[in-house]
Design a protein. Structure first.
Length: 267
């Protein structure tokens, strides 16, 4: 019987079908007095009259605008309520939500791009910021090696929010460090000395702007700086022998912290 019209009214099931909500929703609106059925069958079953159905349609219409049930009750029952003002307020709130969702969408897009590309700068921008010898394909190479690692995810998360100006600041800091490394090597600074250790720590702190860099990870990077053709060429291009010396001072600093560079792993 719940799905039929009876004695000129509509049962709960029929009313739910007519307005496009669930029976449970109608029961709830009935319980809170928002849209109760006012008709009765001869057997005492409650029915929704034409007037009740009209109210249900209005409730549904206002709910679709995002108004809460209390606000809908006020619109329908309080003669002093300015419906237009209520709807304008709701539009204003909706506009704020839309702006928030658009910003979220932009952040998600940048995050996705960062996970796929690493550095969110064009090739020309990268060359301008990182120097003529910078190869924009390094990000692709890094992703192919570390793309599934926690460190790549951390790098991407930070890269997604990093501006061109921030990249310029980082590049300048890295350039200054490399200059000081070459200068220290040229002055004969010994691996394991306080000056050498200070440079190693400076490198670790600077690199940790990309992802947290442990001393063991730094040892692994030092090996790569010496053995990878691209990195070795870069450092030796600054000063002949710098790639090997840089690896040596990283190793000695690690030993000073109880780490055997021969067995250090990426952890």
């Amino acid at each position: 019987m719940g799905d039929h019209a009876i004695d000129g009214g509509a049962t709960v099931g029929a009313a739910a079908d007519l307005v496009g909500v669930t029976v449970r929703t109608l029961h709830h609106w009935d319980e809170i007095g928002l849209a109760p059925p006012s008709g009765r069958t001869s057997a005492g079953y409650r029915l929704y009259t034409a007037s009740d159905l009209d109210r249900l349609h209005r409730v549904v219409a206002y709910r679709e605008t995002g108004l809460g049930l209390d606000a809908i009750r006020s619109v329908l029952d309080d003669a002093t309520t300015e419906i237009g003002a209520r709807l304008r307020e709701q539009r204003s709130r909706l506009a704020e939500r839309i702006r928030g969702l658009q910003q979220l969408d932009e952040r998600l897009e940048r995050m996705t791009d960062a996970h796929e590309r690493g550095i969110l700068l064009g090739d020309e921008e990268q060359t301008e910021i990182f120097g003529e010898d910078w190869d924009p394909r390094r990000s692709e190479t890094a992703r192919s090696v570390w793309g599934g690692s926690v460190q790549w995810a951390q790098f991407a998360e930070r890269s997604a929010s990093r501006t061109r100006a921030q990249w310029q600041t980082l590049a300048a800091a890295m350039g200054a460090l490399q200059h000081d490394l070459a200068d220290a090597m040229g002055r004969g600074t010994a691996p394991g000395s306080p000056d050498a250790d200070a440079l190693v720590e400076r490198h670790r702190e600077l690199f940790s702007t990309f992802f947290p860099l442990t001393r063991q990870m730094q040892v692994c990077l030092g090996r790569m700086f010496e053995t990878d053709a691209g990195f070795a060429s870069h450092y030796d291009g600054i000063s002949e022998g710098l790639a090997t010396w840089f690896r040596q001072i990283i190793d000695e600093s690690a030993r000073g912290h109880g780490i055997d560079p021969e067995t250090a792993t990426w952890q």
